[in-house]
Write a protein that binds this ligand. Sequence first.
Ligand code: ATP
Ligand code: MG
Length: 286
Amino acid sequence: MAAGSAIAAGGAQLEFRGVTCTYDGPPVLQDVTLRIEPGQLVGLVGPSGSGKTTFLKAALGLVKPVAGTILVDGQPVDRRRALLGYVPQVETVDWAFPVTVEEVVLMGRATQLGPWPWTSRRARAEARGLLARLGLAGLERRHIRELSGGQQQRVFLARALFRRPRLLLLDEPTSGVDIRTRHEILHLLAELQAQGTTIVLSTHELNAVATHLPYLVCLNRRVIAHGPPAIVFRDEILSRLYHAPLHVVREGDVAVVIDHPWRAPAEHNGAAESGDALEPEHYRSR
Ligand SMILES: Nc1ncnc2c1ncn2[C@@H]1O[C@H](COP(=O)(O)OP(=O)(O)OP(=O)(O)O)[C@@H](O)[C@H]1O
Ligand SMILES: [Mg+2]
């Protein structure tokens, strides 16, 4: 089953109007005004602590703005919850609750399915199809705690998709997953977008993810810039966003961000220092 086939067509619009959010301190989002149109696929980029998770939580209604308005399809988000799917940042989740992988996915539609465990066979088949699509076949009965971080992330994605959301919000969905899974997730999101779902995801992966997205929002408490990568991936914008010297080079249609990696001084580099890198024979002789 194609996971996307389960998703209702027609994305929702998300609008922030002068939104300011705080956690009883200085604003972590300030005067954010932004409209994301139905069917857009938008990447949120910015340094750690720049407000990406707060933005997503505010869009979900989990963080209430101290000023401004957030609208989903022109209505306050509290009235539009059923349209939303959310994939949280995995490391923020507390897994004390004893629950299997399949149960986590089924929870995605708990209010529509009625009280668990009287779940229809069709719903279970659909949940399993989503898990298989995300490379998690055979893990349905496993306790969610017994999965790696990247696998847990995909279970959350399956749960969010199971809701058939019209607005899908994902917090770093590709962090901690391998390259193949990252490609699979990005393909899946592109497929959902093609069907009309509105998608907003945060990412730290400028080259592996952000540069391949059609539209980016550069966030650092305020919106620093927004537009396609070709527009916002510029030295001055990224250096202002990250407070670090970044250099953008173009490779065909794709912008590649070069930073200046820290390199350990040679005297601390152990084996590499004397040039005696370990050869296969070296391992075999041990
Ligand atoms: N529950 C909270 N209580 C108090 N402060 C918080 C809370 N959550 C986040 N913050 C603060 O709000 C700011 C924005 O945090 P947020 O989690 O939105 O950033 P982020 O861009 O998602 O960062 P990261 O890339 O590290 O996930 C940070 O300074 C953070 O310390
Ligand atoms: Mg975050």
